[in-house]
Write a protein that binds this ligand. Structure first.
Ligand code: ZN
Length: 308
């Protein structure tokens, strides 16, 4: 292919199929991206982000939402009675890896899942001349009470930025992202982070998707020279991405959705939603441009924001 150019690094070699919505979520639509970016992103942040979502995916499975691919939440909970750590997978099996307990007579007990670590414990106790017993801990089936934290970290935010670029690329928009946002995508946190959690509700956007869907929405506003994106995971976690504060392109308003119940995907142009930049941890105002993005931003009175 002669006209191929990687949407992330601009490279022109070794094209590969890169999913807009991760195939892990059940996404099928792909864009052409270079093999190196595709595999690097997978290792660097996408894979880590998806691992971090395992607790949420398992919890949604408990509520009846089965993922396309089986997911295992490592060490989901500890049985306080035995001290055994359990994994829980999205088929709702609580699994304890085989665990061994090395008990020092009249003293400490140590548990391990790895036989080499068990051997090491045994060696240590023996060296100290202590009597020990080794037993295998039996796991039991139970319905655990589980809770989990969600980390709104770089892995999630870089994944969201990448998805916005994927959507733009799908509709033929190339090289519309600010270099600083590209730098963030490619290298992670080296300066201000152009993406942040959006703890606000966007009813106009939510109306365009089924419940629990994954969403990518990108809007370019010619008059404001502003290009932004909003990504929702499971319709719950929401990331706002500043894609370009010096946008020179035409008005555009693009939507991608992936239903996490039936895994149907759709990509379309949609009426402009003009969604507000949320409060939160995204630098606003003259972050790149020396301009404000509207009165609501100035109310934030951030040190970086000039007045309108
Ligand atoms: Zn590339």
């Amino acid at each position: 292919m002669t006209d191929y150019e990687c949407p992330y690094c601009g490279g022109t070699e070794s094209s590969s199929k890169d999913h807009i919505f991760s195939d892990f979520f059940g996404g099928q639509q792909t864009i052409a991206a270079c093999r190196e970016c595709n595999s690097r992103f997978g290792h660097e942040f996408e894979g880590r982000f998806i691992n971090a979502l395992a607790p949420m995916i398992v919890s949604l499975a408990i509520c009846g939402l089965r993922p396309k691919r089986k997911v295992t939440w490592k060490y989901a909970f500890v049985d306080l009675e035995t001290g055994i750590k359990y994994d829980v997978n999205s088929d709702l099996f609580a699994i304890a890896p085989v665990q061994w307990q090395v008990l020092e007579e009249g003293g400490r007990a140590m548990t391990a899942t790895d036989s080499r670590i068990v051997e090491r414990h045994v060696e240590n106790f023996k060296k100290q001349g202590k009597k020990i017993s080794i037993s295998r801990l039996e796991s039991k089936s139970m319905r655990p009470e589980i809770s989990f934290p969600i980390h709104f970290d770089d892995n999630m935010k870089r994944t969201a930025v990448k998805m916005c670029i994927g959507l733009l690329h799908h509709f033929g928009y190339q090289q519309v992202i600010h270099p600083q946002t590209m730098d963030y995508l490619l290298n992670g946190e080296t300066g201000p982070i152009p993406a942040g959690i959006a703890c606000v509700s966007y009813p106009a956007l939510d109306a365009l998707r089924e419940p629990l869907s994954h969403v990518i929405y990108v809007q370019g506003i010619k008059k404001k020279k502003f290009l932004y994106g909003i990504v929702q995971f499971f319709g719950v976690l929401q990331v706002y991405c500043i894609l370009n504060g010096q946008y020179r392109g035409e008005d555009l308003s693009l939507l991608g959705t992936l239903n996490s119940v039936n895994f149907l995907e759709s990509f379309s142009e949609t009426p402009a939603l003009n969604l507000q930049l949320p409060y939160g941890d995204i630098p606003v105002g003259d972050y790149w441009t020396g301009r404000c993005f509207g009165n609501s931003m100035c109310k934030l009175k951030r040190s970086s924001a000039r007045t309108c």
